[in-house]
Design a binder for this molecule. Structure first.
Ligand SMILES: [Ca+2]
Length: 290
């Protein structure tokens, strides 16, 4: 396994800084500014088409950078627990897993003597690039703690607000692609012509506009928050709720087993934090130093 230095398309952050320092000394600041502008304009256009991604180590989850912003969390058309809709402002950028954490990624933690010391049951669906399942909320937290120690960065579960912000990716419909689930866009009970009856590889289907895969369906995803049956009293700054029933934790996304209504961006559900389920996995968040 490689070290903890962040890799960004072949250019480390240290290398970029050294290059800028050298060019500023070598040429006049004015000439260098022109060169940077010429370089930056096409780079921004490229970034808009392809979200910025990085890994902190070879076995670490692929992460994408999410910029700060304000969005409306929840829904006033609540079927059950999704109201009231309320504004949330994410004040700092953060990085979130492009995919649900895979069995292969989990395996690295097991081989390091953590994460229970054995791979969870895969129900004979195959492991590798499928989402890890049959992990408790505490198991998921332990994985983030192991990643943090390995990389020197702060990994953790997303807050429920961060999760919904990243899943919506600037959209306000039931799904990032619109209000109708359609066919062939996700893995759920009524998402396709046939029912999969199992998980699919984490890079199945099209990603959302911010590059996240399977924010709707495949596996439910543990988030950090304690359970509350509504958003009444929820924080407005994107932090997790630590009041309420903390023996139960929030899960988001819906899964292969559930119907499309349970996959909606605002849909929320709970589970006993001790539960191991063939329908629950998670994705990680990494704090971005500022
Ligand atoms: Ca999912």
């Amino acid at each position: 396994m490689s070290g903890s230095r962040a890799k960004t398309r072949g250019w480390t952050i240290d290398r970029v800084c050294r290059y800028i320092s050298f060019m500023t000394m070598r040429f006049s600041p004015f000439v260098f500014l022109i060169a940077v502008l010429l370089f930056a304009v096409p780079a921004r256009a490229q970034d808009a088409a392809k979200p910025f991604t990085f890994q902190d180590c070879d076995a670490c989850p692929l992460m994408t950078l999410v910029q700060p912003g304000t969005f409306t969390m929840g829904s006033d058309e609540a079927k059950k627990y999704e109201g009231p809709a309320h504004p949330v402002t994410i004040k700092r950028p953060f990085a979130i897993g492009v995919h649900e954490v895979t069995f292969d990624e989990w395996k690295a933690c097991v081989e390091a003597g953590r994460c229970g010391g054995a791979l969870p049951d895969d129900h004979d669906w195959g492991r590798e690039n499928r989402p890890v399942i049959n992990v408790t909320w505490a198991d998921a937290v332990e994985y983030t703690q192991w990643l943090s120690k390995l990389t020197g960065q702060t990994y953790r579960l997303p807050s429920e607000a961060e999760w919904e912000y990243a899943a919506r990716a600037g959209t306000d419909g039931n799904y990032w692609w619109g209000d109708e689930v359609g066919k062939g866009k996700a893995n759920c009970r009524d998402c396709g012509e046939t029912i999969s009856h199992q998980t699919e590889p984490v890079d199945s289907f099209e990603p959302n506009p911010w590059g996240l895969y399977n924010v709707h369906g495949n596996v439910w995803e543990w988030v950090a928050d304690c359970w509350n049956p509504s958003h009444k009293g929820a924080p407005a700054d994107g932090s997790p709720r630590i009041d309420g029933d903390c023996n139960s934790r929030v899960v988001r996304s819906g899964s292969w087993y559930y119907f499309s209504k349970n996959l909606a961006s605002a849909w929320r559900f709970k589970n006993d934090a001790r539960v191991r389920s063939y329908g629950i996995g998670f994705r990680v968040v990494r704090d971005v130093p500022h």
